[in-house]
Design a protein around this ligand. Structure first.
Ligand SMILES: NC(=O)c1ccc[n+]([C@@H]2O[C@H](COP(=O)([O-])OP(=O)(O)OC[C@H]3O[C@@H](n4cnc5c(N)ncnc54)[C@H](O)[C@@H]3O)[C@@H](O)[C@H]2O)c1
Length: 274
């Protein structure tokens, strides 16, 4: 088989949580533009309406469903309806996630922030991030496995973060714990589901321009500041995730499971300030 043919996802049925913005929207797009049928699950009805219309206008087969990943019963129903509509579920991106607010230092790591200190960290803030960024991934993998196991095939891809293996002190403890937890849950699921030819992997992005945290990364001055912390000296566009997403969703990655693939402009190497 030619390598290009191994990237074909035509006719696949897919679900992307948090699929109507940023990184999830890029996953939706790369699947849909390659002929897959994609259901975006998102809490934002406004984003769903806008993106479903735009993508359908391109001639792509997409649907939107307003689902909060913290509502596990609603998530299960959305999976059931999607699998019924497409007659199959081949790919699931467990991507929905939120920013936790400030960490124990400012984002530039220059100053301590009292409300981010562990003794002041509000339980409600902690619980919300864990509910969405960790428990939401658990519920999504669970729903996907239920549909993929009987077919003995499938691809599950979790969006983690650099925060899964290093501490971004400006971002907040709950995010670190949730992403590290999601990475290890991915590995557990990969081992368990391998027997059924279901692969489970993670994409760990660095700094991408999206709407997370109210869209602070959209600001030019923020991008310029963050770029200094990245060996490639720039933040990234979500387009730059498309190749890896298609690889993990398609037969091209058939022997890859339990891997967390980092796409961070070199951040995990450390940095030099020349
Ligand atoms: N942007 C980055 O630099 C970056 C880096 C590493 C990891 N990530 C991760 O990427 C994922 C996507 O984030 P993004 O940067 O594209 O942000 P984004 O805000 O642009 O997109 C996230 C989408 O998820 C949706 N969402 C939020 N809570 C939800 C819930 N409870 N149920 C369903 N949908 C929900 C939002 O409405 C939004 O459309 C997150 O898991 C985030 O932690 C982002």
């Amino acid at each position: 088989m030619k390598a290009a043919d191994m990237y074909r996802v035509e006719g696949y049925g897919a679900i992307v949580t948090g699929g109507a913005s940023g990184i999830g929207l890029c996953f939706t797009e790369v699947l849909a533009e390659n002929g897959a049928r994609v259901t975006m699950l998102d809490v934002s009805q406004e984003r769903l309406d806008r993106e479903v219309k735009r993508l359908k206008d391109n001639g792509w087969e997409v649907r939107g469903m307003r689902v909060d990943v913290t509502d596990h019963a609603a998530l299960d129903r959305a999976f059931d309806q999607t699998a019924l509509a497409y007659g199959r579920l081949d790919v699931c991106f467990a991507n929905a996630g939120v920013d936790p607010g400030i960490g124990f230092v400012t984002v530039d790591r220059g100053k301590r922030v009292p409300e981010g200190a562990i003794e002041n960290y509000e339980d409600a803030r902690w619980n919300r991030v864990i509910e969405i960024n960790l428990n939401g991934v658990f519920a999504t993998i669970k729903a996907a496995a239920r549909h993929m196991k009987p077919r003995q095939s499938g691809r599950i891809i979790v969006t983690t973060s650099m925060a899964a293996f290093e501490i971004e002190a400006g971002i907040g403890a709950a995010y670190m714990a949730a992403k590290a937890g999601a990475a290890h849950l991915m590995r557990n699921a990969a081992l368990e589901l391998a027997r059924y030819q279901i692969t489970v992997n993670a994409i760990a992005p660095g700094w991408f321009i999206t709407n997370i945290g109210g869209g602070w990364m959209q600001k030019k001055e923020v991008q310029d500041e963050v770029a200094q912390w990245v060996p490639l000296r720039r933040v990234a566009s979500t387009e730059e995730l498309k190749g890896l997403a298609l690889y993990l969703a398609s037969p091209a990655s058939s022997y890859v499971t339990g891997s967390q693939i980092v796409i961070d402009g070199g951040c995990q190497l450390g940095n030099v300030l020349d």
